[in-house]
Design a protein around this ligand. Sequence first.
Ligand code: DC
Length: 233
Amino acid sequence: MKYSKPNRKIVIAVDGFSSCGKSTFAKMVAARLGYIFIDTGAMYRAVTLYAIENGCIENGILNEERLVASLDDIHIDFRFNPDRGASDIYVNGQWVEGKIRTITVSNLVSAVSAIGQVRERLVAMQQEMGREKGVVMDGRDIGTVVFPNAELKIFMTADPEVRAERRYLELQAKGEEVSRQEIVENIRQRDYLDQNRAISPLRKADDAIVLDNGGMSLEEEMEWFDNIFSTLA
Ligand code: DC
């Protein structure tokens, strides 16, 4: 498909609920446009993994003070992985892409992402990564906080049961032993925490376009995107 508009590079913000397929969608859009794809959820997950591996979790509870005191020691970077067609995330030079999507990390990430100092650091990094535009960034607050002036904002949603089933199949394929029920509970809990945290809660930006991809194939999602994109001035 050839795009005629817009000629300039833009920022595309993709926000929405957990396990909506935001990253898959954003990655495909980025590949279509030759843009950089940035998964900001991976950044919150990477900080959570650091917290787990460095004594900031005690009896399943996050020691917020200790994590905040460690923030200067956490260096995150992305490196392109041609096999995945996307960038892998590294913490202090260590490849952690394979460790950040476990249910253990998923159960703790909402607490980590509710900390103001964590958000401040990661938002600043995200803004720097999108400074030159030509990015598709997915997360929860991209259209509201990180890039409130993004030229295109998409808000993704789907029924929690549909999302849980997708996440279940994904984790099963990776060999992780986890029940459907545990995933449904995790998704419902994260939906609640993401929408109700004090700082940068998940909400649709007023100018975002809603994509409910519940019954849609990836091909249909791309058709939907092509239509939207072709209307941009
Ligand atoms: O997209 P994900 O499920 O991998 O994100 C993991 C968690 O990180 C999610 O529960 C909320 C948080 N998050 C956030 O608070 N802000 C973002 N921009 C991206 C993710």
